[in-house]
Design a protein around this ligand. Structure first.
Ligand code: ADP
Length: 482
């Protein structure tokens, strides 16, 4: 709960932070631009005022040419200051070259403070200005005919500029605060929706952990959370099936183990009781031998099946020539086939596959064994192989009892047997085909069954000719390997 909440805040604060940064940066540059524009504007206006002020000064200076600049400023300063003040509408002060005040358009406005730095610079023929409160103090040199004769000092209110700038600043501040609050609220509301979905998913995983599996996806939405929800649902279903399969598997194993053990125990008890019954001894020995054989086979297959999932690294794929491998398998099984009066025939062509030899041996022996076990008297088994579109098909066709169509889909399930009695009679456990299917899939192939009940069965294994597409015959491979 706490985690989702903090995620919610984390995302929202990130967005708010990002907005703050954007608005801050934007405000900074806009305000900076406005400030620069205002300064430039002020300089242009004041420069124009200075130029205007020069007209009456020069006019008078020409007519009073008998006076030097110092005397001229002393004499006419006040008059000029008032005149320029009247035309410009600003507070105007004039200084002589010594920096002494010689004219003031508003003498009642109070004495100017001590000579300041800006004045000093203006006396050195430079323009200088500063803002004091909302007052602009602008100093410019006054030029006579060919040299500086004094300094003019304008005092103008900057209130309007300052107000404009300040309003703009507060506007940015206000809009910023509003946008941030709004985004915080909306962000929290929006993220809350996602956080709630995440909490639901978390609760679902808790349920699964307690063994309560889901019956439908938790969320129905088209985004990543929807995909996660579907994933969790599928995972739940997979775990459920897995557990069920394992439970079934264990139940079946227990049952399959108990039957031969019960039989062995029953015979040993009977043999204890009737120690010298020759018929019972013969029958008991045969039964115990058969049941132990069955147990051995069962243990072997169960262990192999269990190991298959875990020990994939035990696979050692290599180029395997099918013709000779199948011939080898058939000759190994000839003895067993003979016992049941069954003939094995082959129609083989050369083909090379990339697979684990041991697994292939296991697969083919199992299929051939079934074809013999579930055959009819004097029946035949035909083993063929052919290349079909970069794949090899290996077929085990028998003339046996066949498998009913509706049961064909189940025979690869562990412990599934079509006829329990017949399977038991031949020591079958229902694990063989399951193991074969696993092995075939490990070789990246697949297996299918065909046939009609009472008319024999065909098991067809398809394996890819991987990495050796070039080789179609064993002869070619041999030459290349040399
Ligand atoms: P089992 O050890 O019982 O033979 P398998 O997994 O090999 O177990 O086979 C499962 C079942 O499929 C068998 O019990 C049998 O009923 C049926 N079956 C397998 N192969 C054949 C076949 N060639 N002909 C008829 N039925 C078969």
């Amino acid at each position: 709960m706490k985690q989702a909440f903090s995620l919610n805040w984390k995302f929202t604060l990130f967005i708010v932070g990002l907005l703050l940064f954007t608005i801050g940066l934007l405000s900074f540059f806009v305000l900076k631009g406005v400030h620069e524009y205002q300064t430039k504007q002020r300089e242009v206006v004041m420069q124009r005022q200075t130029d205007f002020a020069h007209l009456p000064i020069r006019e008078l200076f020409v007519t009073e040419s008998r006076l030097d600049s110092q005397a001229f400023m002393q004499l006419q300063g006040q008059k000029l200051a008032v005149e320029i003040g009247a035309t410009s509408g600003l507070h105007v002060m004039l200084y002589n070259l010594k920096g002494e005040l010689v004219g003031d358009s508003l003498p009642m406005a109070g004495k100017k403070s001590a000579i300041d730095e800006a004045l000093q610079r203006a006396l050195q023929n430079q323009i200088a200005y500063y803002l004091k409160g909302d007052m602009l103090n602008y100093f410019a040199p006054v030029q006579g005919m060919d040299a500086q004769i004094g300094v003019i000092h304008f005092q103008a209110s900057s209130r309007e500029h300052l107000d404009f700038f300040q309003n703009l600043f507060y506007l940015f501040l206000g809009v910023g605060a509003f946008v941030l609050t709004l985004s915080l609220v909306l962000g929290l509301l929006y993220m809350n929706r996602h956080a709630k979905a995440i909490i639901k998913l978390k609760m679902a995983t808790d349920q699964i952990r307690q063994g309560k599996f889901l019956t439908s996806p938790i969320l129905r939405r088209q985004d990543e959370l929807g995909a996660l929800s579907d994933g969790i649902f599928e995972m739940s279903a997979a775990i459920q099936t897995n557990i069920k399969t394992q439970r079934n598997f264990i139940n079946n194993i227990s049952h399959e183990f108990k039957t031969p053990l019960t039989s062995i125990k029953a015979y040993t008890d009977l043999l204890d009781m009737y120690e010298d019954d020759p018929n019972l001894i013969r029958e008991g020995r045969a039964a115990i031998a058969k049941e132990s054989e069955r147990l051995y086979d069962l243990v072997d297959k169960v262990l192999k099946l269990a190991a298959l999932d875990k020990y994939e690294f035990e696979q050692h794929p290599e180029q395997v020539e099918l013709h000779s491998l199948l011939e080898d398998v058939c000759s190994r099984m000839k003895g067993k086939a003979g016992k049941f009066g069954i003939t094995i025939t082959t129609q083989l062509e050369s083909a090379v596959v990339w697979a684990d030899r041991e697994s292939m041996l296991h697969m083919f022996i199992n299929l051939l064994d079934n074809a013999i076990k579930y055959n009819t008297e004097h029946g035949t088994v035909t083993v063929t192989n052919r290349i079909v579109q970069q794949q090899v098909e290996i077929e085990f066709r028998d003339t046996g009892i066949g498998i009913p169509l509706e049961q064909q889909a189940h025979i690869f399930e562990p412990f599934y047997t079509v006829n329990k009695d017949r399977a038991r009679q031949y020591g079958g456990s229902g694990l063989g085909l399951s193991l074969v299917q696993h092995l075939v899939e490990q070789q990246h192939g697949h297996i299918r069954v065909e046939g009609v009940e009472g008319q024999g069965t065909s098991f067809i294994v398809t394996l890819p000719i991987q990495g050796v597409e070039k080789f179609t015959s064993w002869k070619q491979v041999e030459t290349l390997l040399k």
